[in-house]
Write a protein that binds this ligand. Structure first.
Ligand code: BDP
Length: 320
């Protein structure tokens, strides 16, 4: 009887500790606003983690670059000051160059091909590689295809880019791509682009339709040419500082929650792509469909400049 009572008391203590212990708050960063597919997917991932760890972890998502621009949040994530970071694959290239292969122009045939590559051995290998620099890559999100938009005149052929100042992400491959096309690359944080377009610091930028719409860049750069030069996915990163503290079961919960959130993001993404193109046109943007083969030809010299990507490229192209 005494033993039973002791057991009961011990159980009660364990249950109350797990029910009433303060949750461990994890900070998650995203540079998009509330409602954007990546932000909503991060929240989705957070909820699953919260439920599956019985409230041990609570994920607080900070949207709109509140925790800094992407380069800064990556640095903070490496240090462990930010726990979870959703960024474009572009800025991590400066920290872990192999992942730059995903940012080469026209590397994927289409959305389907991209997902086969990302969800196959190549995608996993690149996520794993990030650990070398203190980042644990959990999953990718869709970010569609990026195209040029400009202030004064549309880009209908590569020659139209000659001499134009085009904002690029802080990614060495993107800088080289602009140079190959004859433009002057201006690396700049995402949050600064609207003002830079408005004040004439740059002549144009490039992004996918949901970002073009969400940032209202279409108001100041209304010529949008769908050349789809890159298909750079997003990535969800966890700080290795946090990761090393998780139990194996928790790691599994984080990974599974991230993969489930990726499915949710893809669903939202497809809706946003369609909606964004409509909205920007209602807002006065003009959409152009240039001959993509002209751009594909013009970027060829870039590939020779990256012999390190050759093997990865061949493997990507072999994915059917
Ligand atoms: C958007 C990405 C965002 C990047 C931004 C950029 O979703 O993460 O910061 O592009 O151009 O498509 O920097």
């Amino acid at each position: 009887m005494r033993k039973l009572l002791m057991l009961f008391v011990t159980l009660l203590v364990i249950v109350s500790i797990s029910l009433f212990a303060d949750p461990i708050i994890l900070k998650a960063a995203d540079d998009h606003a509330e409602g954007y597919p990546t932000v909503e997917a991060l929240k989705f991932m957070g909820k699953i983690i919260e439920i599956m760890t019985n409230g041990k972890y609570k994920i607080e998502v900070y949207p709109s670059a509140q925790l800094g621009s992407e380069k800064e949040t990556i640095e903070q994530t490496i240090l462990g000051a930010i726990d979870i970071d959703r960024v474009s694959v572009s800025p991590p290239v400066a920290f872990y160059p192999p992942i730059g292969v995903l940012t080469l122009p026209y590397v994927f045939r289409d959305q389907d091909h991209m997902w086969k590559v990302l969800e196959g051995p190549i995608g996993e290998e690149l996520l794993k590689g990030l650990e070398k620099v203190g980042l644990v890559g959990l999953c990718y999100y869709d970010a569609g295809a990026r195209s040029f938009y400009t202030v004064k005149k549309p880009i209908l052929k590569p020659e139209d880019l000659k001499g134009l100042k085009i904002r690029v992400q802080k990614n060495p491959v993107m800088i080289e791509l602009m140079k190959t096309l004859g433009a002057s690359p201006v690396p700049m944080a995402f949050e600064e682009v609207y003002t830079a377009l408005q004040t004439g610091v740059i002549d144009g930028a490039e992004n996918n339709p949901p970002s073009y719409y969400e940032t209202r860049h279409f108001e100041v750069a209304p010529y949008y040419s769908l050349d789809g030069h890159t298909r750079i996915p997003e990535v969800v990163l966890v700080s290795k500082v946090l990761w090393d503290k998780l139990t194996d079961e928790e790691k599994l919960i984080f990974k599974t929650a991230a993969l489930a959130s990726a499915e949710y993001e893809k669903y939202l993404w497809n809706q946003w792509e369609e909606m964004a193109l409509k909205k920007v046109q209602e807002g006065g943007a003009k959409i152009f469909h240039p001959d993509v083969t002209l751009f594909q030809k013009a970027v060829q010299p870039l590939y020779d400049r990256y012999p390190a990507y050759k093997e990865f490229l061949e493997r990507i192209q072999a994915v059917k």
